[in-house]
Ligand binder design. Structure first.
Ligand code: COA
Length: 280
């Protein structure tokens, strides 16, 4: 991976590399399999703040350094050492972790999880927060909490039932059995799985598709998917009318009108087959 001169130092627990409007955000504790400790969780808030209005970032890709995407919460630093400091320290640690996952879920720009290796327990939370997910076939997933005596918290249980069938969620939660990237795709936990040596290229190609689209529309569309999941049909219908009308106002480029014009008047593209051309 070519390091951009403006990338953060490699000693950072999270590194960022900018490349053609993709921000590759890498959880960087490879010797600890990128387990999420309080330092990493705090750092992710700054990273997301930076990416929000950085013009070099049109799409965020979240991945991990070395052999792991993330081995979940850091059992030593997030659990044991924090608990030793008392209940308020635990609440603060939870707030930082849950906070960045939530911010990622509603992030201003599209996000892709690139699952390159181990993905355990708490790592299912940022995985779910990303809009799309591509895994290496060789990646290994597991809801391992049962193996060390806790239930999948940090909303992992909720993530499982949102993305998997109840039978599958129950099976993997109670057995702690691991599964590979292909199985994760079959379970719909990720969009697809590709061989590890093709992973970055596939994610790059997917990011390039997103970069062609109207960014304001992408944000409205991804929020709509998550919001309507919790709504009745009538509430969703109403929400989508109002969301589109707010988008008409927020999209100062007049994207919708331009899209219609380029198809109906200019005949320069077909909306069924690709995006309208936006000004550079
Ligand atoms: N929390 C804290 N430390 C962790 C960790 C975690 N979740 N996952 C890995 N590490 C640490 C190990 O303690 C070890 O540290 P050390 O070198 O100081 O001894 C280092 O990372 C490497 O781990 P190791 O187990 O030797 O690597 P491996 O490649 O043989 O196995 C895993 C990788 C992911 C299978 C294994 O580390 C593991 O089971 N991790 C815990 C996964 C888990 O249950 N996560 C759920 C948390 S909610």
């Amino acid at each position: 991976m070519t390091q951009h001169p403006q990338s953060s130092p490699s000693t950072d627990v999270v590194t960022i590399e900018y490349d053609r409007r993709v921000a590759w955000v890498t959880l960087n504790r490879p010797d600890k399999r990128n387990a999420m400790n309080p330092v990493l969780n705090a750092r992710m808030h700054d990273v997301l703040t930076e990416q929000e209005d950085d013009v070099r970032c049109g799409v965020v890709v979240l991945t991990g350094a070395g052999e792991a995407f993330s081995a979940g919460m850091d059992l030593k630093e997030y659990f044991r050492e924090t608990e030793a400091k008392g209940p308020m320290a635990v609440r603060r640690a939870q707030r930082d972790a849950y906070g960045w996952w939530s911010r990622l879920r509603w992030f201003e720009k599209p996000t892709i999880a690139m699952v390159n290796g181990w993905c355990f327990g708490g790592a299912f939370a940022p995985l779910f927060s990303c809009d799309l997910a591509i895994a290496a076939e060789e990646a290994r997933f597991g809801v391992s909490e049962i193996n060390w005596g806790i239930i999948p918290g940090g909303n992992v249980t909720k993530v499982l039932v949102e993305l998997m069938s109840q039978r599958e969620a129950m099976y993997y939660t109670l057995t702690g059995e691991t599964f590979d990237g292909r199985k994760a795709a079959a379970l719909k936990l990720v969009n697809e799985a590709v061989p590890l040596d093709q992973l970055r290229a596939r994610v790059r190609a997917l990011a390039d598709v997103l970069l062609e689209k109207n960014p304001k529309t992408l944000k409205a569309a991804k929020d709509a998917i998550r919001r309507v999941t919790e709504m009745t049909v009538d509430a969703a219908q109403d929400y989508l009318v109002v969301r589109q009308e707010s988008l008409n106002f927020l999209d100062t480029s007049g994207g919708r009108k331009e899209g219609i014009k380029q198809f109906i008047d200019d005949k320069s593209y077909r909306p069924g087959l690709g995006a309208y051309k936006r000004p550079d």
